[in-house]
Design a protein around this ligand. Structure first.
Ligand SMILES: *Cc1c(COP(=O)(O)O)cnc(C)c1O
Length: 386
């Protein structure tokens, strides 16, 4: 991955210095660190960053500066990246389906002890390969779909309550420590979803007849994208505290969360360039096969800012459709973007709140692959507008 080591005071300075005709991720390390600090100070337990959301080394180091020492990892690549970079970091293997060789390396090379499972065969596989000594088997529980989540991640993984209790008992009988985990779905706009999921966890604990050593409430905490109001983080923490109180857990139970999006969405803008204007259609140099793939599923409204270095910009605004660079006619962003009426070829458009599931999902389709990262220290457009 190409990393521009450059640091710039603001995004306009990036445009001035690089005059980039390629898309540039403008990371805001101070925003990332502050967001991590805030989440850690509010969450009643251990905060794991879900690496898949944005694994860029500069993102990880900003979160590390903000105090993140625990990481939700799902592959050997992610585990190696964390463990090889940070001697004092802890990685947890949170994927319910793992290859034997991968479990072996995770366990014996990297010392991973936490493994998620949602099926008896996977339980046996982990014990076969990693042994039971110090092994924490974390049973992933299928919880009710949150009405208001962008993706329902429980649709693919998770054991129902009865099966989860059975797996807990099996793991304990084999001599492992036992944890429980769930995931309400990404960009979950309903704090109640966490309380409801914790009620299911209560049923599992009752059926199993013993308490877990750890309880992981997953990720799903939303970013404030501004298409409609998002409850503040405090409401999620209150729902989780309330749900935990009902469970009346022993104080020795380690509570954990695995936020991805909520930690990184606000800490990065994307600097794109207009390559052609046709009326109200703008052809830009990034799109749904690149950094903006999530937008093919949801018409979230991301804040934008026009950057023009060679003249004044119209005070009038217009609505524009943004077309991505590939030849695929699907490569068009849904909805319209409000930009100055005289936007033209060569202008840059800064698209804010692009830190989550952007570079992590970008493809190389048609030879377009955004891979340039810089760091900036200005106020993000989303906050400047607030
Ligand atoms: C993707 C994922 C996360 C992070 O989800 P966000 O919605 O980005 O917070 C956390 N845990 C698991 C198991 C995941 O698959």
């Amino acid at each position: 991955m190409a990393v521009e080591k450059g640091q710039f005071p603001d995004v306009a300075a990036v445009a001035r210095a690089l005059s980039p005709s390629y898309p540039v991720y403008c990371l805001r390390p101070e925003v990332l660190a502050e967001t991590a600090r805030r989440f850690i100070s509010q969450f009643p337990g251990t905060v794991l960053y879900a690496v898949k959301c944005n694994p860029h080394p500069l993102v990880l180091s900003a979160l590390y500066k903000g105090g993140v020492r625990h990481f939700d990892t799902a592959s050997l690549t992610e585990i190696a990246q964390i463990c090889d970079t940070y001697a004092d970091a802890h990685a947890y293997f949170m994927h319910p389906v793992k290859g034997r060789a991968v479990i072996k390396s995770a366990s014996s090379v990297y010392g991973i002890r936490h493994f998620v499972i949602d099926h008896e065969d996977e339980l046996n596989k982990v014990i076969d390969v990693a042994g039971v000594d110090g092994t924490v088997i974390v049973v992933r529980v299928d919880t009710p779909p949150a009405d208001d989540a962008l993706y329902h991640l429980a649709a693919k993984f998770g054991a129902d309550a009865g099966e989860a209790a059975r797996l807990m008992t099996l793991a304990k009988e084999r001599g492992c420590k036992v944890g429980l985990a769930f995931h309400v779905g990404s960009q979950c706009r309903s704090p109640d979803a966490y309380a409801e999921a914790l009620a299911v966890i209560g049923e599992v604990i009752d059926m199993a007849g013993f308490q877990p050593t750890c309880l992981d409430v997953g990720g799903g905490f939303p970013a404030a994208y501004g298409d409609r109001p998002t409850p503040p983080l405090e409401d999620y923490m209150a729902a989780i505290r309330g749900g935990l109180k009902e469970l009346d857990l022993s104080p020795t139970v380690e509570v954990m969360a695995e936020p991805g999006r909520a930690l990184v969405a606000h800490g990065c803008s994307l600097l794109t360039q207009v390559q052609l204007r046709k009326g109200d259609r703008l052809y830009i140099n990034d799109g749904i096969y690149g950094s903006l793939s999530e937008m093919s599923q949801v018409a979230v409204r991301l804040p934008t800012r026009l950057i023009r270095l060679d003249g004044p910009v119209s005070e009038m605004a217009g609505e524009f459709v943004l077309n991505g660079p590939t030849c695929d006619s699907l490569d068009v962003l849904p909805g319209t973007f409000t930009l100055p009426a005289d936007v033209r070829e060569g202008d840059w458009i800064e698209i804010d709140q692009i830190g989550a599931y952007s570079n992590a999902l970008a493809t190389r389709f048609n030879g377009f692959h955004p891979e340039t990262f810089v760091q900036v220290f200005d106020t993000p457009p989303a906050l400047a507008a607030a």
